[in-house]
Design a protein around this ligand. Structure first.
Ligand SMILES: [Zn+2]
Length: 256
């Protein structure tokens, strides 16, 4: 848990952020001193500070807060290996989805080529840039032969809570894994519209339009004993769908 450095909150309905207060104070109890980055609606910072003030609690680490907005997609964070963006969704109160992307990796030069051809650092760097290398003896080392193609960067999008909105398919186009809320079954489509939620079929439609690799649905209404019927409905539209449950871990395999 202490490895968490970034927390992104989509909106200020209790089922999406009330656990944050406990987590932030547990970090202090566990002796955290490293800064924590928190992204969420503008009002979230004041809520956290008011909670700490009322309890006269002293946080042992800095909190870097960045307010999200619901106008356009926005880059929230990036480093050498990943980027995190928010994107607007349509819910009863201001809400954003989040999109985590790996950065493209450089191609790797095959070890046996480095050894057998005694490649210099300059030559290795040229190959990593995708260039062929002409050697003084007239031979050419081809990038296509000497290098491994790097795996496609993976990506994960989180779209909840939201009513069916085709724009979401645009924001999350081609992601490896999409989490999309699916609160209701198809028969409750009108209720979904009224309450700014989605049906399982609508979640699957977004996944199909966005050509994602896999869909995971969740936020299933408590009126259903389990997610079986919703999962079936979604799979009819987008077969590679799974239903979320507490503790579920999904691997996102590298695509070739
Ligand atoms: Zn909500």
């Amino acid at each position: 848990m202490m490895r968490i450095d970034h927390i992104a909150i989509s909106h200020l309905h209790g089922d999406h952020y009330l656990g944050l207060f406990g987590l932030l104070s547990t970090f202090s109890l566990l002796g955290r001193t490293r800064a924590l980055n928190l992204y969420g609606p503008p009002e979230l910072e004041a809520l956290v500070l008011a909670h700490e003030k009322a309890g006269e609690s002293v946080r042992g680490y800095p909190l870097n807060f960045k307010a999200t907005q619901t106008e356009t997609p926005e880059l929230l964070f990036e480093d050498g290996s990943v980027s995190l963006e928010s994107f607007p969704v349509r819910h009863r109160i201001p809400t954003t989805g989040f999109l985590l992307r790996e950065k493209p990796k450089e191609p790797g030069v095959k070890r046996e080529w480095i050894r057998d051809w005694n490649l210099s650092l300059t030559e290795i760097l040229a190959l990593k840039r995708g260039e062929d290398v002409d050697r003084p003896d007239g031979t050419t080392i081809l990038f296509s032969k000497a290098c491994h193609r790097p795996p496609e960067p993976r990506s994960y999008a989180f779209a909840a809570d939201t009513r069916y909105w085709e724009k979401v398919a645009e924001w999350v186009q081609g992601v490896s894994l999409l989490y999309h809320e699916a609160t209701f079954d198809a028969a409750m489509k009108d209720r979904a519209v009224k309450t700014y939620h989605s049906t399982a079929v609508q979640a699957a439609r977004i996944a199909a339009q966005a050509k994602v690799r896999q869909l995971v649905i969740g936020h299933v209404s408590a009126r259903y004993e389990n997610a079986d019927a919703l999962l079936e409905e979604a799979q009819e539209v987008f077969p590679n769908t799974v239903a979320a449950c507490d503790g579920l871990v999904l691997e996102v395999p590298a695509a070739c």
